[in-house]
Design a protein around this ligand. Structure first.
Ligand code: ADP
Ligand code: RBF
Ligand code: MG
Length: 326
């Protein structure tokens, strides 16, 4: 069992560079924030401790950020039993009632509540929010953690209602959607074929993002978009739907559309009425319109990826785009 061997030796993982585990969106940001504000943080997992250490050594600065690490092999019973979390609190010299757990699994939520702690659930499987109702709060991604709600120092990287992200670039021909955007909402969204870049899309959490949109024969425009399952309509497929903040007065199906996605606004949400959904999308539009004039976002308008698709060969995932934009 060579895999088990490698798992059991943390240094081997690092030395041989077997580190292909990408952190969840927002994980790095959260860990750095807690560390720089002196908030003691523990890592508590059912995996054996050596396995945890092997995995976190792939990420610079993570190991030093945890004041305690508790593995499943260090306590009698793993999650959903509270032991792991109780042990973590003990090692941090604090009371369980003083602890906030962030969990992606149901057994973990159960364990955290059984340990007498506050629990935020970030379900790893989409559309399963209801199952996590025993948590104190259910959020869509680590980008949505609001530390100030829990007596912790707030993030200070939000700018004018937006969160800058490591930009990502996707593109393809504009496809037909449900025909709903214009007709039902009065907001046309130029859907892209999500299956062409499913890995990039699944790497990022669903939500409302914004950035720049290039149409090969027309130019580059501001855009705000939703990525996900549109909870109000409860879609079964994840869709990628940019609304270009420009009045074209006509359709442009099949044209090549290229996106530079530069910031995050909010998670997708359900709404009590169609009117409130429409009002919120217009608000997203105003936020994006204004934020994109900030130099930190405006600079991506000039990304060659947006303007000159053919130069990039057949790439649709924009993997070269970031380099080209610098
Ligand atoms: P579908 O469900 O087929 O996506 P929509 O009602 O969402 O239909 O309309 C989207 C289409 O409208 C786009 O594919 C595009 O051709 C056209 N369109 C016109 N203006 C815009 C705009 N400002 N932003 C996005 N799409 C637009
Ligand atoms: N749909 C939702 O169900 N919930 C949302 O929070 C939501 N936010 C959106 C934000 C923006 C900027 C845009 C362009 C669309 C959003 N939609 C949302 C998607 C909308 O439901 C979708 O575009 C239409 O259903 C057309 O397919
Ligand atoms: Mg659409």
């Amino acid at each position: 069992m060579p895999l088990e061997l490698s798992y059991s030796n943390a240094t081997l993982w690092c030395v041989f560079g077997w580190c292909n585990i990408k952190p969840l969106p927002g994980a790095n940001r959260l860990i750095k924030h807690l560390r720089s504000n002196g908030v003691p943080t523990a890592l508590a997992s059912n995996s054996p401790r050596s396995n945890i250490e092997a995995k976190i050594c792939c990420h610079q600065g993570w190991k030093e950020s945890f004041s305690a690490i508790v593995g499943g092999d260090e306590v009698e019973k793993g999650k959903p039993s509270p032991d792991i979390f109780s042990e973590a609190a003990k090692r941090m010299n604090t009371a369980p009632s003083n602890c906030l757990v962030i969990e992606d699994s149901l057994p973990g939520v159960t364990a955290g509540k059984a340990a007498g702690m506050y629990v935020i659930a970030v379900p790893s499987v989409p559309k399963k929010t209801a199952e996590f109702s025993t948590a104190d709060e259910v959020i869509n991604s680590l980008l949505d953690v609001r530390p100030e709600n829990w007596g912790l120092p707030p993030f200070n990287d939000w700018i004018e209602g937006t969160l800058p992200i490591e930009p990502w670039f996707i593109g393809g021909p504009v496809i037909k959607g449900f025909g709903r955007g214009s007709k039902v909402l009065g907001i046309p969204t130029a859907n892209l074929p999500a299956e062409n870049f499913s890995d990039v899309v699944s790497e990022h959490t669903s939500g409302v993002y914004f950035g720049w949109a290039g149409l090969s024969t027309r130019g580059v425009y501001k855009m705000v978009m939703s990525i996900g399952w549109n909870p109000y309509f409860d879609n079964t497929e994840k869709t990628v739907e940019p609304w270009l903040l420009h009045d074209f007065g006509e359709d442009f199906y099949d044209e090549e559309l290229r996106l530079a996605i530069v910031g995050y606004i909010r998670p997708e949400a359900n709404f009590p009425s169609l009117e409130s959904l429409i009002e919120r999308i217009h608000e997203d539009g105003r936020i994006a319109e204004k934020a994109l004039d900030l130099p930190m976002y405006a600079k991506y308008k000039d990304s060659p990826y947006l303007r000159n698709p053919l130069q990039q060969g057949s790439t649709t995932d924009g993997s070269q785009a970031e380099l080209n934009s610098k």
